[in-house]
Design a protein around this ligand. Structure first.
Ligand SMILES: *Cc1c(COP(=O)(O)O)cnc(C)c1O
Length: 423
């Protein structure tokens, strides 16, 4: 199996190369040359297995011929080591909880898989994962790489601009994970990371790489929860459910669509966004126009120009074709609040602001069976959720353990020179 850039079919790579590089040399995103397809029957007997066992079968064609192929079952066991419960909420609705990992949000799935792949890479030399974060991604990446031999992690976050709980998730690790509080905003952190990665001498000296959501090593494992939930739902009901996916950079949505192409019993994939409407307007009008980012309650989805749009358009063949097949619903902050407020009575659930966008979209899709994809634990967003439901939320144990440890992050200036000195 080889992978090509979304921009130029001539730029190809093995899976290991694509994971090591992140972005293709022409600035495009890696996609498989041909989407692997398994017979749904070949997966059906895995409905009762755990996620790691299903992943090893589902992802095998994607790893075929790669240096990591033999290690795939071990990588799956290493990365998919926490529960992915699917719970029925009613006759035609279920919720798939992706937030039982170390940092209580769905990015743990992809970050742990990427870490497990990079730890087992075959190329020699140093490897430093450089991550600029506005909060959540950095925490998931730090947790995923902590304690893995042969990989260093450097986290850059805007000083004083992440929540106290997020800061703990970035700064309590020690060992191979170092965090720096940058005197600047998130864009400044991202600029520093980009400049360092583009500086060939610096990049070579430290083996710099990024762990952002365009990396195939994060995207591929995200197919697994969709396949697992689809198989289980079908085994219980005989019906194939659609999925409603809280979406920002569209990585999770693309993974859902790829899992359907790969043969998993996944029906329609509906995108739920916050008030950032670039995707819903693309699907309404058939025209792609990135927009300035708007701040909302579902902060991890505040994206005006989703990076995985290129993969989406590549999959369908163009904006008009995507618009003819896909649906997206934009949900504003008032509707997010309303869904959080009514959820205990309506569903017997507590939603975080991201999952609440999927719940709002559930009101707008009518026919059929639907799985709401729950991407974060509500206790991560207690400042929004608790006043709306009128009670305090218990913190999940993995998160509580992180919050108890002391954090440490030296402050640095927002320049690539300052970064060079600490590297
Ligand atoms: C990152 C994130 C999303 C959006 O996922 P994409 O793959 O970027 O579309 C949704 N919810 C939460 C909690 C997230 O952290």
């Amino acid at each position: 199996m080889r992978y090509r850039s979304t921009r130029d079919a001539a730029h190809t790579a093995t899976l290991s190369e694509a994971i090591r590089r992140g972005l293709a040399p022409d600035g495009g995103l890696y996609v498989p040359e041909r989407l692997p397809r398994l017979a749904t029957e070949a997966l059906a007997h895995l409905a009762g297995e755990d996620a790691a066992a299903l992943a090893a079968v589902l992802l095998r064609p994607w790893f075929a011929g790669d240096a990591l192929e033999d290690a795939l079952p071990e990588i799956c066991r290493d990365a998919l080591s926490f529960p992915l419960p699917l719970r029925r909420l009613g006759p035609a609705t279920a919720v798939l909880e992706l937030f039982h990992g170390p940092t209580a949000a769905f990015k743990d799935v992809g970050a742990r898989f990427l870490a497990a792949c990079l730890q087992r890479r075959r190329d020699a030399g140093p490897l430093t994962v450089l991550v600029a974060t506005s909060g959540d991604t950095g925490g998931a990446v730090a947790a995923a790489f902590h304690g893995r031999p042969g990989v260093e992690v450097v986290v850059l976050f805007p000083r004083g601009m992440v929540s106290p709980r997020q800061e703990k998730q970035l700064t309590t690790w020690g060992g191979n994970v170092r965090a720096f509080a940058v005197r600047g905003d998130f864009d400044a952190c991202q600029r520093m990371a980009k400049q360092a990665l583009a500086d060939t001498e610096l990049a070579r000296a430290h083996g710099l790489t990024s762990a952002n959501s365009i990396n195939l090593g994060r995207l591929l494992p995200q197919m697994v929860p969709f396949a697992l939930a689809g198989l289980r739902y079908r085994r219980e009901t005989g019906r194939t459910p659609g999925f409603i996916v809280p979406s920002g950079n569209l990585g999770n949505a693309v993974a859902g669509l790829w899992s359907r192409e790969a043969g998993a019993p996944v029906g329609e994939v509906v995108l739920a966004t916050n008030a950032n409407r670039a995707v819903s307007e693309l699907l309404d009008t058939g025209e792609w126009a990135p927009q300035p980012t708007r701040a909302t309650l579902a902060t991890a989805m505040d994206v005006g120009a989703p990076s995985n749009v290129e993969r989406l358009l590549h999959l369908f063949g163009g904006p008009a074709e995507a618009a003819a097949t896909l649906r997206a619903f934009a949900v504003d902050d008032a509707a997010i609040r309303e869904q959080i407020r009514i959820a205990p009575e309506r569903w017997g659930e507590v939603w975080d602001p991201h999952t609440a966008t999927a719940a709002a979209a559930r009101e707008r899709v009518s026919e059929g069976d639907w799985v709401l994809v729950a991407t974060a634990h509500p206790a991560k967003f207690e400042q929004v959720v608790e006043p709306l439901i009128g009670r305090t939320l218990p913190v999940p144990p993995a998160l509580a353990a992180i919050l108890e440890r002391p954090g440490q992050a030296p402050t640095i200036e927002a320049t690539v020179e300052a970064l060079r000195r600490v590297l």
